[in-house]
Design a protein around this ligand. Structure first.
Ligand code: BMA
Length: 333
Protein backbone atom coordinates (compact mmCIF):
# COMPACT_ATOMS: atom_id res chain seq x y z
CA UNK A 1 0.00 0.00 0.00
CA UNK A 2 2.75 2.43 1.00
CA UNK A 3 6.12 2.01 -0.67
CA UNK A 4 9.52 3.21 0.40
CA UNK A 5 11.64 4.98 -2.18
CA UNK A 6 14.41 2.82 -3.62
CA UNK A 7 16.67 5.79 -3.00
CA UNK A 8 16.02 5.81 0.74
CA UNK A 9 17.31 7.38 2.79
CA UNK A 10 16.79 10.42 0.55
CA UNK A 11 18.79 12.64 2.92
CA UNK A 12 21.52 11.64 5.28
CA UNK A 13 24.31 13.36 7.13
CA UNK A 14 26.72 13.25 4.20
CA UNK A 15 24.28 15.46 2.23
CA UNK A 16 24.64 18.33 4.70
CA UNK A 17 27.51 20.67 3.75
CA UNK A 18 29.57 22.31 6.50
CA UNK A 19 27.96 25.53 7.72
CA UNK A 20 30.64 26.98 10.00
CA UNK A 21 30.61 27.59 12.90
CA UNK A 22 27.31 25.77 13.48
CA UNK A 23 27.66 22.57 11.51
CA UNK A 24 30.52 20.42 10.39
CA UNK A 25 30.51 16.64 10.11
CA UNK A 26 26.85 16.61 11.23
CA UNK A 27 25.30 13.80 13.20
CA UNK A 28 21.81 13.57 11.74
CA UNK A 29 19.20 15.13 9.46
CA UNK A 30 15.54 14.20 10.02
CA UNK A 31 11.85 15.14 10.56
CA UNK A 32 11.45 17.49 7.57
CA UNK A 33 8.57 19.79 6.76
CA UNK A 34 7.84 19.48 3.01
CA UNK A 35 6.24 21.65 0.35
CA UNK A 36 5.98 21.95 -3.44
CA UNK A 37 7.14 25.48 -4.24
CA UNK A 38 8.28 27.23 -7.43
CA UNK A 39 8.51 23.98 -9.41
CA UNK A 40 10.65 22.32 -6.74
CA UNK A 41 10.14 20.10 -3.72
CA UNK A 42 11.53 21.78 -0.63
CA UNK A 43 12.26 20.14 2.68
CA UNK A 44 12.97 21.88 5.98
CA UNK A 45 14.66 19.17 8.03
CA UNK A 46 16.14 19.30 11.48
CA UNK A 47 19.92 18.93 11.55
CA UNK A 48 21.90 18.02 14.62
CA UNK A 49 25.53 18.70 15.19
CA UNK A 50 27.89 16.74 17.42
CA UNK A 51 27.17 19.30 20.13
CA UNK A 52 23.52 18.11 19.82
CA UNK A 53 22.52 21.63 18.91
CA UNK A 54 19.58 21.55 16.54
CA UNK A 55 19.13 23.72 13.44
CA UNK A 56 16.67 23.89 10.58
CA UNK A 57 17.95 24.02 7.00
CA UNK A 58 16.34 24.02 3.55
CA UNK A 59 16.90 21.22 1.02
CA UNK A 60 15.81 21.59 -2.62
CA UNK A 61 14.97 19.04 -5.29
CA UNK A 62 13.47 18.96 -8.75
CA UNK A 63 12.41 15.30 -8.56
CA UNK A 64 11.58 14.84 -4.86
CA UNK A 65 14.33 12.26 -4.31
CA UNK A 66 17.65 13.99 -5.00
CA UNK A 67 18.09 16.92 -2.64
CA UNK A 68 20.68 19.66 -2.32
CA UNK A 69 20.96 21.24 1.11
CA UNK A 70 21.39 25.04 1.03
CA UNK A 71 24.50 25.86 3.12
CA UNK A 72 22.69 28.23 5.43
CA UNK A 73 20.93 27.90 8.78
CA UNK A 74 17.30 29.04 8.65
CA UNK A 75 17.00 32.16 10.82
CA UNK A 76 13.55 33.36 11.79
CA UNK A 77 13.96 37.14 11.83
CA UNK A 78 12.83 38.52 15.20
CA UNK A 79 13.22 35.28 17.18
CA UNK A 80 16.17 36.88 18.98
CA UNK A 81 13.67 39.19 20.75
CA UNK A 82 12.23 36.26 22.74
CA UNK A 83 13.39 36.88 26.30
CA UNK A 84 13.44 33.27 27.48
CA UNK A 85 16.30 31.09 26.33
CA UNK A 86 15.54 28.90 23.33
CA UNK A 87 17.61 25.73 23.25
CA UNK A 88 16.41 24.12 20.04
CA UNK A 89 13.87 24.66 17.28
CA UNK A 90 12.85 21.62 15.24
CA UNK A 91 10.12 19.50 13.62
CA UNK A 92 8.92 22.15 11.11
CA UNK A 93 5.50 21.69 9.51
CA UNK A 94 4.74 23.85 6.47
CA UNK A 95 1.26 25.10 5.52
CA UNK A 96 0.35 27.49 2.73
CA UNK A 97 -2.46 29.97 3.42
CA UNK A 98 -2.98 32.45 0.58
CA UNK A 99 0.43 33.59 -0.66
CA UNK A 100 2.19 32.97 2.64
CA UNK A 101 3.82 29.78 3.80
CA UNK A 102 3.65 29.28 7.54
CA UNK A 103 6.12 27.13 9.43
CA UNK A 104 5.10 25.76 12.82
CA UNK A 105 7.89 24.25 14.88
CA UNK A 106 8.76 22.97 18.32
CA UNK A 107 10.83 25.23 20.60
CA UNK A 108 12.61 23.67 23.57
CA UNK A 109 12.69 26.30 26.32
CA UNK A 110 12.96 26.38 30.11
CA UNK A 111 9.16 26.52 30.25
CA UNK A 112 8.99 23.23 28.33
CA UNK A 113 8.30 22.70 24.65
CA UNK A 114 6.33 25.54 23.00
CA UNK A 115 5.06 25.93 19.44
CA UNK A 116 6.68 28.72 17.39
CA UNK A 117 5.31 30.21 14.18
CA UNK A 118 7.30 31.61 11.28
CA UNK A 119 6.33 32.82 7.82
CA UNK A 120 7.99 33.11 4.43
CA UNK A 121 7.04 34.02 0.91
CA UNK A 122 10.19 32.72 -0.79
CA UNK A 123 11.89 30.12 1.47
CA UNK A 124 14.98 32.35 1.54
CA UNK A 125 14.04 34.76 4.31
CA UNK A 126 11.85 33.82 7.24
CA UNK A 127 10.07 35.97 9.78
CA UNK A 128 9.26 34.95 13.34
CA UNK A 129 5.61 35.71 14.14
CA UNK A 130 5.55 34.55 17.74
CA UNK A 131 5.16 31.80 20.29
CA UNK A 132 1.70 30.33 19.90
CA UNK A 133 1.37 28.39 23.14
CA UNK A 134 1.62 28.84 26.88
CA UNK A 135 1.71 25.24 28.05
CA UNK A 136 4.06 22.33 27.31
CA UNK A 137 2.85 21.23 23.88
CA UNK A 138 4.18 19.87 20.57
CA UNK A 139 3.22 18.83 17.04
CA UNK A 140 1.29 21.98 16.10
CA UNK A 141 -0.05 21.62 12.56
CA UNK A 142 -1.99 24.38 10.73
CA UNK A 143 -4.89 23.63 8.39
CA UNK A 144 -4.46 25.25 4.93
CA UNK A 145 -7.13 27.95 5.37
CA UNK A 146 -9.82 29.13 7.74
CA UNK A 147 -12.80 27.01 8.73
CA UNK A 148 -15.88 28.79 10.06
CA UNK A 149 -14.07 32.13 9.92
CA UNK A 150 -11.09 31.18 12.10
CA UNK A 151 -7.72 29.53 11.77
CA UNK A 152 -7.59 25.92 12.90
CA UNK A 153 -4.75 23.68 13.98
CA UNK A 154 -4.10 20.30 15.53
CA UNK A 155 -1.78 20.19 18.51
CA UNK A 156 -0.71 17.79 21.22
CA UNK A 157 -0.28 18.87 24.86
CA UNK A 158 2.68 17.17 26.55
CA UNK A 159 2.55 15.27 29.79
CA UNK A 160 5.50 13.68 31.58
CA UNK A 161 5.32 9.91 31.19
CA UNK A 162 7.46 9.38 34.27
CA UNK A 163 8.42 11.86 36.98
CA UNK A 164 11.13 14.12 35.49
CA UNK A 165 11.19 11.95 32.36
CA UNK A 166 10.71 12.96 28.72
CA UNK A 167 7.26 14.25 27.87
CA UNK A 168 4.83 12.87 25.35
CA UNK A 169 1.08 12.98 24.97
CA UNK A 170 -2.01 10.92 24.42
CA UNK A 171 -4.51 13.33 22.88
CA UNK A 172 -4.50 15.38 19.68
CA UNK A 173 -6.66 18.50 20.07
CA UNK A 174 -8.30 20.86 17.62
CA UNK A 175 -7.56 24.50 18.46
CA UNK A 176 -8.78 27.78 16.96
CA UNK A 177 -7.32 31.26 16.54
CA UNK A 178 -8.27 34.64 15.07
CA UNK A 179 -4.70 35.86 14.55
CA UNK A 180 -2.55 32.66 14.37
CA UNK A 181 -0.79 33.61 17.64
CA UNK A 182 -3.37 33.19 20.44
CA UNK A 183 -4.94 29.73 20.33
CA UNK A 184 -7.92 28.28 22.21
CA UNK A 185 -8.49 24.52 22.53
CA UNK A 186 -11.81 23.54 20.93
CA UNK A 187 -12.18 19.78 21.23
CA UNK A 188 -10.15 16.59 21.64
CA UNK A 189 -9.91 14.75 18.31
CA UNK A 190 -8.23 11.39 19.02
CA UNK A 191 -6.59 9.74 22.01
CA UNK A 192 -3.96 7.04 22.31
CA UNK A 193 -5.12 3.41 22.17
CA UNK A 194 -3.71 1.71 25.21
CA UNK A 195 -1.99 -1.66 24.48
CA UNK A 196 -1.91 -1.08 20.71
CA UNK A 197 0.41 0.60 18.18
CA UNK A 198 -0.58 4.19 18.95
CA UNK A 199 -0.58 4.60 22.73
CA UNK A 200 1.06 8.04 22.52
CA UNK A 201 0.18 10.13 19.51
CA UNK A 202 0.94 13.39 17.70
CA UNK A 203 0.11 15.00 14.38
CA UNK A 204 2.35 14.46 11.38
CA UNK A 205 2.13 16.67 8.27
CA UNK A 206 -0.65 19.28 7.84
CA UNK A 207 -4.02 17.75 6.86
CA UNK A 208 -4.86 17.45 3.17
CA UNK A 209 -8.33 18.32 1.83
CA UNK A 210 -10.09 15.53 -0.08
CA UNK A 211 -13.74 15.26 -1.17
CA UNK A 212 -14.30 12.66 1.58
CA UNK A 213 -12.64 14.51 4.44
CA UNK A 214 -9.37 15.90 5.79
CA UNK A 215 -6.72 13.26 5.31
CA UNK A 216 -4.24 13.34 8.14
CA UNK A 217 -1.17 11.24 8.83
CA UNK A 218 -0.12 11.04 12.47
CA UNK A 219 2.49 9.24 14.51
CA UNK A 220 1.75 6.70 17.19
CA UNK A 221 4.15 5.34 19.77
CA UNK A 222 3.88 1.87 21.25
CA UNK A 223 5.39 2.24 24.69
CA UNK A 224 4.64 -1.18 26.12
CA UNK A 225 7.82 -2.90 24.94
CA UNK A 226 10.53 -3.41 27.52
CA UNK A 227 13.42 -1.52 26.05
CA UNK A 228 12.05 0.51 23.17
CA UNK A 229 9.40 2.99 22.12
CA UNK A 230 8.30 2.18 18.59
CA UNK A 231 7.28 5.23 16.49
CA UNK A 232 4.93 4.41 13.62
CA UNK A 233 2.64 6.28 11.21
CA UNK A 234 -1.13 5.95 10.78
CA UNK A 235 -3.99 7.64 8.91
CA UNK A 236 -7.04 9.62 10.02
CA UNK A 237 -9.96 11.00 8.07
CA UNK A 238 -11.62 14.05 9.66
CA UNK A 239 -14.90 15.73 8.79
CA UNK A 240 -14.43 18.61 6.33
CA UNK A 241 -16.72 21.08 8.12
CA UNK A 242 -15.92 19.95 11.66
CA UNK A 243 -12.43 18.38 11.84
CA UNK A 244 -12.95 17.38 15.48
CA UNK A 245 -15.22 14.62 14.09
CA UNK A 246 -13.26 11.49 13.19
CA UNK A 247 -14.64 9.68 10.14
CA UNK A 248 -11.97 6.99 10.14
CA UNK A 249 -8.79 5.91 11.88
CA UNK A 250 -6.45 3.21 10.68
CA UNK A 251 -6.57 0.05 12.71
CA UNK A 252 -2.99 -0.81 11.76
CA UNK A 253 -0.07 1.47 11.29
CA UNK A 254 0.66 2.31 7.64
CA UNK A 255 4.43 2.54 8.13
CA UNK A 256 6.59 1.04 10.85
CA UNK A 257 10.33 0.71 11.40
CA UNK A 258 11.53 -2.23 9.28
CA UNK A 259 14.53 -1.07 7.29
CA UNK A 260 17.92 -0.86 8.95
CA UNK A 261 17.95 2.96 8.75
CA UNK A 262 14.64 3.02 10.65
CA UNK A 263 15.61 0.38 13.19
CA UNK A 264 18.98 1.74 14.19
CA UNK A 265 20.40 5.20 14.67
CA UNK A 266 20.32 8.03 17.13
CA UNK A 267 16.88 6.92 18.39
CA UNK A 268 16.15 3.36 17.24
CA UNK A 269 12.74 2.22 15.92
CA UNK A 270 11.42 5.54 14.69
CA UNK A 271 9.45 6.55 11.64
CA UNK A 272 8.21 10.11 12.17
CA UNK A 273 6.11 11.53 9.27
CA UNK A 274 6.36 15.32 9.00
CA UNK A 275 5.93 16.30 5.33
CA UNK A 276 3.33 15.22 2.79
CA UNK A 277 2.99 16.34 -0.82
CA UNK A 278 -0.01 15.56 -3.00
CA UNK A 279 0.75 15.63 -6.73
CA UNK A 280 -2.70 16.40 -8.12
CA UNK A 281 -5.61 18.47 -6.91
CA UNK A 282 -8.84 19.50 -8.65
CA UNK A 283 -9.70 23.10 -9.58
CA UNK A 284 -11.02 23.72 -6.04
CA UNK A 285 -7.90 22.39 -4.34
CA UNK A 286 -9.20 18.96 -3.29
CA UNK A 287 -6.65 16.17 -3.59
CA UNK A 288 -7.61 13.71 -6.33
CA UNK A 289 -8.10 10.12 -5.10
CA UNK A 290 -5.75 8.68 -7.74
CA UNK A 291 -3.04 11.26 -7.01
CA UNK A 292 0.34 10.17 -5.76
CA UNK A 293 1.26 11.23 -2.22
CA UNK A 294 4.85 11.57 -1.05
CA UNK A 295 5.38 11.25 2.68
CA UNK A 296 8.72 12.47 4.02
CA UNK A 297 9.65 11.11 7.41
CA UNK A 298 12.44 11.08 9.91
CA UNK A 299 13.97 7.61 10.36
CA UNK A 300 15.64 6.74 13.67
CA UNK A 301 16.14 10.49 14.29
CA UNK A 302 19.10 10.12 11.90
CA UNK A 303 18.04 10.31 8.22
CA UNK A 304 15.08 11.28 6.01
CA UNK A 305 12.99 8.62 4.30
CA UNK A 306 10.38 8.91 1.54
CA UNK A 307 7.34 6.66 1.21
CA UNK A 308 4.65 6.93 -1.47
CA UNK A 309 1.03 5.88 -1.82
CA UNK A 310 -2.11 7.30 -3.44
CA UNK A 311 -4.65 9.52 -1.72
CA UNK A 312 -7.19 6.69 -2.02
CA UNK A 313 -4.75 4.18 -0.42
CA UNK A 314 -4.51 6.42 2.64
CA UNK A 315 -8.27 7.03 2.79
CA UNK A 316 -8.81 3.25 2.57
CA UNK A 317 -6.33 2.74 5.41
CA UNK A 318 -8.14 5.32 7.55
CA UNK A 319 -11.47 3.60 6.85
CA UNK A 320 -10.31 0.04 7.47
CA UNK A 321 -11.98 -0.03 10.89
CA UNK A 322 -11.08 1.15 14.36
CA UNK A 323 -9.73 -1.12 17.10
CA UNK A 324 -12.60 -1.86 19.50
CA UNK A 325 -11.92 -0.13 22.81
CA UNK A 326 -13.12 -1.35 26.16
CA UNK A 327 -13.30 2.14 27.60
CA UNK A 328 -9.83 2.04 29.09
CA UNK A 329 -7.37 4.54 27.75
CA UNK A 330 -4.10 5.99 28.89
CA UNK A 331 -5.92 9.28 29.34
CA UNK A 332 -8.07 7.78 32.06
CA UNK A 333 -5.46 5.62 33.73
C1 BMA B 1 9.48 13.14 19.62
C2 BMA B 1 10.14 14.39 19.05
C3 BMA B 1 10.65 14.08 17.65
C4 BMA B 1 11.48 12.80 17.63
C5 BMA B 1 10.71 11.66 18.28
C6 BMA B 1 11.55 10.37 18.37
O1 BMA B 1 9.08 13.35 20.93
O2 BMA B 1 11.24 14.75 19.87
O3 BMA B 1 11.43 15.16 17.21
O4 BMA B 1 11.75 12.44 16.30
O5 BMA B 1 10.36 12.05 19.59
O6 BMA B 1 12.71 10.53 19.14
Amino acid sequence: MIRRSERNPVLSRSDVPPIPPYLSDVTSVFNPGAVAFGGEILLMPRVQSRSRETFIVVARSTDGVRFTVTPEIVRFRGIEKVRERIYHIYDARITRIGDTHYVMFAMDMDSGCQIGLGATSDFRSFEFLGITSSEDIRNGVLFPGKIGGRYIRLDRPNKARHADGPTSGTTIWLSESDDLIAWRPMAPVVSGRFHYWDEFIGSGPPPVKTRTGWLHVYHGVAGHFGSSNIYQAGALLLDLADPSKVLGRSRCNILEPRELYELTGQVPNVVFPSGMIVAKTDSEGYALPESAVSIYYGAADTVVGLATATVQDLIDAAMEGNIPQSGTSLEKS
